[in-house]
Design a protein around this ligand. Structure first.
Ligand SMILES: NC(=O)c1ccc[n+]([C@@H]2O[C@H](COP(=O)([O-])OP(=O)(O)OC[C@H]3O[C@@H](n4cnc5c(N)ncnc54)[C@H](OP(=O)(O)O)[C@@H]3O)[C@@H](O)[C@H]2O)c1
Length: 498
């Protein structure tokens, strides 16, 4: 296949002119560029465009030999380069940039053309854009893409949300360029309008929680257990041959084994300990609160990043509390905290399962609330490869969800109930050791509390209800008979039916 050179690009101004490119990508930073190359490498004729033309020129210059590219210097050229219905993938900075691109493109399009936003849009923006474009007869897809730079080039996990007819036109392209497991694409229609970006958001939330759990495990291995960093790297490397096998565990071993060239110190020791966030964790927690779904692992992971970045407050409180003697003598006595490396391995797996269970609960609730009809088994299937949270565990989750579609929680399926029950003592030892040694382990602690709360015969929520009724006459239900009741706390404390 030969690439079109920049000089062969059609300087079209007539939007009704029909080109031969099958698909376009606009927005050619790391993700868009690699997605365009992936499409071209798979034999598709690809038109490429970027606000700053030099990026598009550089792509064709550098990678033109990889496939059939058409360079478009303007939005008009891009539209003219495409066969119809046009398929345009937008891969720009999420938010205002996406609206700016749509404002420019949409007036140039014809009824039935397809615009797919593959950036990390907020799912509510996608719902809005889908409706706005539908009014103009333009088909809009909100496409979640995970896998980072390499995934975009070699096969990401793709989560498209759109109407079925739009998927019929777009899906074959996305499925071919996605990662594959046993010839099955890691891409499937998730549901309508915002569902793809909703699911991508939850995926990123789970990613936050996965990474924080790994970080807490690392901290406990190095702190209370006193392992040198290269031994911690070896531990994660060995764990990647177990039920913990996953992309994140694999790269954890690599990052921990890396030595800083300047200082000769472990790389992890020269990196500032303030984790950044781009917003998808926060969106997940905000949406979960709106839906009333407890995603405690994701929430604590998001908060942990915020705490880490709160450097001024950290310094002030560290200094203020420094003289306080709480009996902590450094917190590195492994014997005193009764913790083993195997405990951490078991606890990491159990905590991961809980955090995936919470994420899937959120998807179910979001789907119900928005009438999206998402099949949770589809998600675990398309997350098995290509994406950042790819893990051996996802194969087992797919099987459990398929076998027990009506289970109210992954934790209520036989496989995962047994897996978590077996590891609960280890998880409890890990949290105990973290507390005893003063090692912050917010996600381990949160998921353990969540499991304990779900398992409890009675929760102290009964007292909360009593207090709410006392100060606000908010009423309560009784365990022994139907109805809603109120106690007249400020009078004779008689109970009345509300
Ligand atoms: N990086 C990842 O690992 C990853 C993974 C999954 C999804 N995503 C999502 O994929 C999208 C692209 O990510 P990225 O890292 O490749 O790039 P990015 O840094 O998020 O965005 C840069 C791109 O957006 C364009 N852009 C910015 N403002 C614009 C505007 N007002 N009008 C038109 N174009 C505008 C830039 O054009 P110019 O060259 O002209 O500035 C450039 O092509 C984002 O939504 C991101 O959240 C990223």
């Amino acid at each position: 296949m030969s690439a079109s050179t920049p000089t062969t690009a059609t300087p079209a101004t007539d939007r009704h002119q029909q080109g031969t490119a099958q698909v376009a990508v606009t927005g050619l930073a790391v993700m868009g560029r690699n997605l365009a190359r992936n499409l071209a490498r798979n034999g598709f004729r690809v038109a490429v465009h970027n606000r700053t033309t030099s990026r598009a020129e550089a792509l064709v210059e550098e990678f033109g030999h990889e496939g059939d590219f058409t360079l478009a210097r303007t939005a008009e050229e891009l539209v003219a380069a495409l066969e119809r219905p046009r398929r345009i993938i937008v891969m720009v900075k999420a938010g205002e940039a996406t609206d700016a691109v749509l404002d420019e493109l949409v007036p140039l399009l014809d009824e039935g053309d397809i615009v797919a936003d593959a950036g990390n849009a907020h799912w509510r923006d996608t719902v809005r854009r889908h409706a706005a474009l539908a009014d103009k007869g333009i088909r809009f897809a909100g496409v979640g893409v995970s896998g980072g730079e390499v995934g975009a080039l070699e096969g990401p996990s793709i989560m498209p949300g759109c109407d079925a007819d739009t998927y019929g036109e777009l899906g074959p392209f996305l499925e071919i360029i996605s990662a594959h497991v046993d010839d099955e694409p890691c891409c499937t229609l998730i549901g309508p309008d915002g569902s793809g970006h909703f699911v991508k958001m939850v995926h990123n939330g789970i990613e936050y929680s996965d990474m924080q759990l790994i970080a807490e495990t690392y901290d406990l291995l190095r702190g209370p257990l006193g392992l040198p960093v290269d031994a911690v790297a070896d531990t994660f490397r060995a764990w990647n041959d177990t039920e913990l096998e996953s992309y994140l565990v694999q790269i954890t071993a690599e990052v921990l084994a890396h030595t800083d060239a300047d200082t000769g110190r472990p790389f992890v020791d020269v990196v500032r300990d303030a984790a950044e966030q781009k917003g998808t964790g926060r969106w997940t927690v905000q949406t979960a609160l709106d839906l009333g779904v407890p995603v405690t692992g994701i929430a604590e992971a998001t908060m942990a990043r915020a705490v880490s970045g709160d450097t001024e407050r950290r310094a002030a409180v560290r200094e203020a509390l420094e003289p306080v003697d709480d009996g902590d003598e450094g917190g590195s006595d492994a014997a005193a905290v009764d913790l083993s490396v195997d405990d951490l391995r078991a606890a990491l797996y159990a905590a991961k399962v809980v955090s995936y269970a919470q994420g899937l609960d959120m998807v179910r609730e979001g789907s119900r609330e928005n009438d999206w009809d998402i099949d949770p088994a589809d998600l675990s299937r398309i997350w098995r490869d290509g994406c950042i949270i790819r893990a051996r565990l996802l194969g087992d989750i797919t099987q459990a969800v398929e076998e027990h579609p009506d289970a109210p929680s992954l934790l209520a399926t036989p496989t995962f109930a047994a897996a978590v029950a077996d590891r609960l003592p280890a998880l409890r030892r890990v949290v105990t050791a973290a507390v005893a040694s003063g090692t912050p382990a917010p996600v381990f602690s949160a998921v353990l509390a969540y499991v304990d709360a779900l398992r409890a015969e009675r929760l102290p929520a009964a007292l909360v209800q009593g207090l709410r009724d006392y100060f606000g006459a908010h009423t309560y239900e009784r365990v022994d008979r139907e109805g809603t009741f109120h106690t007249e706390w400020s009078k004779d404390r008689a109970e009345v039916e509300a």
